[in-house]
Write a protein that binds this ligand. Sequence first.
Ligand code: HEC
Length: 104
Amino acid sequence: MRVHLPALTLSTALLLTGTQALASPELAQKKACLACHQMDAKVVGPAYKDVAKKYKGQKGAEAKLIEKVLKGGKGSWGEVPMPANPQVTEAEAKQLVSWILSLK
Ligand code: HEC
């Protein structure tokens, strides 16, 4: 019997890399977050480690930050606004924010 398994495997692999197979740092790179953010140093936006420190142990911080990543905003770190990031889905924003908040 002929089974078209190789083709199926290939498209499944493509599907996975297209969605959630990226580790968070790579996702941040791919979504251009790192154009304005670094782990350890302020660039245009705050260092991700500083973000983690600021919100450590705060209830509701994750939801607030997900919304901010998606819609943009200013005032938490200064007057320079973060633009909205329509290139990220809500699931990607959640992945990025939980990764940022886990940094030490
Ligand atoms: C054009 C520059 C720019 C890009 C691109 C950018 N940011 Fe920001 N980001 C900023 C600035 C500026 C701030 C500070 C905003 C403020 O003071 O409230 C910020 C703040 C943040 C914060 C903290 C928000 C708060 O209220 O404390 C998080 C989390 C964050 N960014 C994540 C991301 C992620 C994830 C991406 C990629 C999807 C991203 N940023 C892309 C400029 C950027």
